[in-house]
Design a protein around this ligand. Sequence first.
Ligand code: PEP
Ligand code: MG
Length: 580
Amino acid sequence: MKRLKGIGVSSGIVIGKAHLFKKDGLVAVRRSIKKDEVGLEISLLNQAKEKTRDDIYKIRGRILEEFGKGFADIFTVHLALLDDPLLLPKVKKRIEEDRVNASFAFSEAVKDAISNLIFSNNKQAVRMIDILHDISEKMLHCLEEQESFTLSEIKEKVVLVVKNLTPSETVQLSKEKVAGIVCSLGGQTSHAAILAQALRIPAVLGVHDAEDTISSGDTIILDGISGTVIINPTPKDRQFFEEKIKRVEKDTKKRASLLHLPSETTDGHKIKLCANIELPEEARLVKEEMVEGIGLFRTEFMFIKRDGMPEEDEQEEVYSMVARKSHPHPVTIRTLDLGGDKLKFVLGQEEENPFLGLRAIRFCLKYKNIFKTQLRAILRASSKGRIRVMFPMVSSQEELTNGLVLLSEAKEELKREGIPFDEEMEVGIMIETPSAAFTTDLLAPLVDFFSIGTNDLIQYTMAIDRVNPELAYLYQPLHPAILRLIKVIVDVAHKNEIWVGMCGEMASDPLYATLLLGFGLDEFSLTWGAIHKIKEVIRTVSYKEAKRLAERALLLDSAQKVEALLKKNFPTELREMIKK
Ligand code: PEP
Ligand code: MG
């Protein structure tokens, strides 16, 4: 028996036989060519591009049909990259100038593009690398005339063990053949993770030793919830996981029974539970999961897929679709949160300090046309459903005012053009910088709501890069500084008669739910997996107790002491939820 740990990215527990899939890892060997061979290499490159494009096009079509535009858009990025003026033209130049074979020139260009992204820790860069690898593998297989990834050799249902899966490989998997996926690379935000969830195949990624430790035929227990992989389990392990499978089934039933119940404390205090989404397609879950709307729609995904920006009509279509799917509940569209690091992927011109750089509203106020296009699209969609708009990373009143001026201009333009929009559309801001948190009294009179973005608020308050693992110990949602800030934000919002929600990850942790409730938050916007848990906690506690707990927490001098207090007061019957 051996136990490996990775990142559970697609939930579900399976017990099955391993199938180790060794990818050949094509390496393009440098070959010098003569002048008269240049034309041939370039035509091979063009043929490979056409073949790759056809393949991706087919995959995209299938995904569009089965899972919708949000997922299909992953492959739109592939298509856009194939036409990127910085990719193939660069390869041609290299073939001509360095007189090297097409496959070598291509793999070098991809390496360059990846090296420009590799130190960027953000999700979009990781995803772009994923897509570059995918295109690279497809192109190299064509150029080297080798057969690409296929699972035709698999005859029975297996747990697939493989180094990594590109997006186009992941979508080839079917639930009939693949019970679960174990990859040694990849993580929560990779396309393989997103697509495995869509395909509903349990998956654990980032299991470092998987390929060296697992052999085909081994019995595997894969727990996509905790990220555990057990090889050749003992009868005791097997029994443990069989029981866990039963518990998960029970949990699923419980979840279903909670769906129709209100998120209300035992003493009748109601709280709105909404969801965070990144892909427009996720909006369909609003009805399935019975949430009260979308508290955060991150719109960056549609902006990173190409060189140019999406047109107003295209954006309007997406926002309207999300609003329609969420109806009658509201959708909170966050305006672009792109940063210098996120935009210039392939160009590789990064800012020294992207998290402190030209990000979010700062970027939008510099590139007003991009911002205006998005605002017009949001306004146009507001006539098709309930839409709210929200500006991220506001750090001064002036910035907010400038954003509001552009919004008014967009409204005036639409009026002149006779295009309808919701005149009453709510406008809010994310509170995610200490400067905004300390000046909520200056900001509140200008908006309809606040949404606390704890992911950034913690990063900027604690002065730590939120994705730096070395500093994870300082990422403390319960730090007295954070708790005091949340308290001030909520109190000032209410004093100014506006509502306040939280869409940062902190809201999705059941351990913190009673405390946040006690602070007086009006809306929690959560990751999908957290909704039923937070609802259950809310339905188990009283608002009166929650307020008392929040008062006590504010008197403590360390995150550790607050955590101990929350654990001690966590509803006994729900303790299973906070076992990490
Ligand atoms: C946040 O900062 O808490 C937030 C929700 O925004 P993002 O994670 O997209 O920066
Ligand atoms: Mg943020």
